[in-house]
Ligand binder design. Structure first.
Ligand code: GTP
Length: 458
């Protein structure tokens, strides 16, 4: 996952500071040296690092900080605010034309993820009840038009193409007219990319620009390429006046340099971040939330938003009722896993929960999609009757389930044991909250409950 190294290093610096009652000037200087190294190692542009450290230092050595009750926390807060500022301060939203359609021109090098991002953007706009038109303007890469058509089919968005024999400038012009004629409120123009920035490409992009007069020129950059991504952004910006950047592949193990430098170097805000190959893996970029993810403080807001747009609330309510009445079966368990999976890779979800990222690093908690898959395989190998009455799953049934799911008896035993514990806890919980419980009793029992508790998927 992106930023892992940076997060670990920063957390080490901060835990040293946090442990101190008083913080001396030397402590701050030492911490700043380590933050500086951590940023450089994460491939952040060296000028950006220098300015960043100067700003943090200026704020951190003040008297108020030293004499505050929790100097360590105050310094973390300063770093958090400066990181947020570095990435643009607040969210930079997509422009909207006064008179539709709003025209989005997608530019970038080959392989950065331009075509995929065009599809993801279209899907995001559809979710907001818009009707985007995709325009296939990359006539040079043989499969690009087909790729966009396939994406369009998947999300049921119209794709405008004139094949690969018409000039991209003409395609863009006619595409825009087509959108006007058909009442599309957004036009997303996918343009060609090259392996390197070259004059011919820029000229073509400038011509398209002057014909369609876009509301947004979005540069798609691959965050895995680190400083190169920043150089590419600077170059495009000099030639084209970008209005925003989309960072792709933030799900990979990028060290984070691009995300942290691109705004400072080009002045161009990051508008979206892409965290996976799937079509719903695009997120609006929130600098403050990204900063808190980098500092290992989680990002509950994004998680809640994801849940709101992906989880079936009726099903969630029904699940809650079952849990309260301790009617929870393995069938419900499967359903719940399905809901969680809709939110994205489990690894990414964990990073959004405060503290979880750190637990993951400590290897206390091993939850990944592969393991979720094994758990699912076990449950799928149960008969309907077994799923509904987990108590009937005796030794010989367990052996059959292990063989059927390609796992081991130990794994099946563990899952069933944890499932039982989970049910018992739910039962205790609902008893506590029930008429005989009362608040004080509930609190008392809650304290005892934590002891035997294990995370169900460990
Ligand atoms: N893991 C991951 N892969 C991505 C992401 N975005 C795009 N990709 C992958 O990157 C590859 C290149 O994406 P494309 O959209 O084909 O690239 P492109 O920029 O359109 O390339 P050209 O059309 O040749 O300019 C594809 O395999 C995508 O699935 C992302 O956020 N995460």
């Amino acid at each position: 996952m992106a930023f892992e190294g940076l997060t670990t290093r920063l957390q080490n610096v901060f835990s040293k500071l946090r442990g101190k009652g008083k913080v001396s000037d030397e402590d701050v200087a030492e911490a700043m040296r380590e933050v500086r190294l951590a940023l450089l190692e994460a491939d952040v542009n060296f000028k950006v690092v220098k300015e960043f450290i100067a700003k943090v230092k200026e704020k951190a050595v003040g008297k108020e900080v030293m004499e505050s009750f929790t100097p360590g926390m105050v310094i973390i807060d300063i770093v958090n605010k400066e990181l947020t500022d570095l990435m643009g301060g607040s969210q930079s939203k997509l422009a909207k034309a006064n008179k539709p359609p709003t025209v989005l021109m997608m530019v970038g090098l080959q392989g950065a993820g331009k075509t995929t991002t065009s599809g993801k953007l279209a899907k995001m706009l559809q979710k907001q009840n818009s009707r985007p038109l995709l325009v296939a303007g990359d006539i040079y890469r043989p499969a690009a038009i087909k790729q966009l058509q396939v994406l369009g089919e998947q999300i049921k968005a119209p794709v405008f193409t004139l094949g690969d024999q018409t000039s991209p400038v003409e395609i863009a012009r006619q595409g825009l007219q087509h959108a006007k004629d058909n009442g599309n409120d957004y036009v997303i123009i996918d343009t060609a990319g090259r392996l390197h920035v070259d004059e011919e490409l820029m000229e073509e992009l400038r011509q398209i620009h002057s014909v369609v007069n876009p509301d947004e020129v979005l540069l798609v950059v691959d965050s895995m390429t680190g400083q190169d991504a920043v150089n590419v952004a600077e170059h495009f910006n000099q030639q084209l006046d970008l209005t925003g950047v989309v960072l792709t592949k933030l799900d990979g193990d990028t060290r984070g340099g691009a995300a942290l430098s691109v705004k400072a170097v080009t002045g161009c805000p990051i508008k979206f971040a892409s965290l996976g190959e799937k079509l719903d893996a695009l997120e609006p970029f929130h600098p403050e939330r990204m900063a808190s993810r980098i500092l290992g403080m989680g990002d509950m807001l994004s998680l809640i938003e994801k849940a709101q747009s992906n989880i079936d609330t009726e099903k969630a309510k029904e699940m809650e009722r079952k849990m309260r009445n301790a009617e929870f079966t393995f069938e419900d368990f499967l359903e719940q896993m399905d809901q969680v999976k809709k939110l994205g890779p489990i690894d990414q979800i964990m990073d959004m929960i405060p503290g979880m990222g750190k637990m993951k690093q400590a290897k206390d908690l091993k939850v990944d999609d592969k393991q979720m898959g094994r758990i699912e395989a076990i449950v799928y190998s149960m008969t309907t009757e077994e799923k509904r009455n987990p108590d009937m799953i005796n030794h010989s049934r367990r052996k059959r389930i292990a063989t059927g799911s390609g796992t081991s008896l130990a794994e099946v035993n563990r899952l069933i044991k944890q499932f039982d514990e989970m049910r018992r806890m739910m039962k205790q919980f609902s008893d506590m909250m029930g008429p005989k419980g009362g608040k004080n009793k509930a609190m008392k029992q809650l304290k005892g409950l934590g002891k035997g508790m294990k995370f169900p998927f460990r």
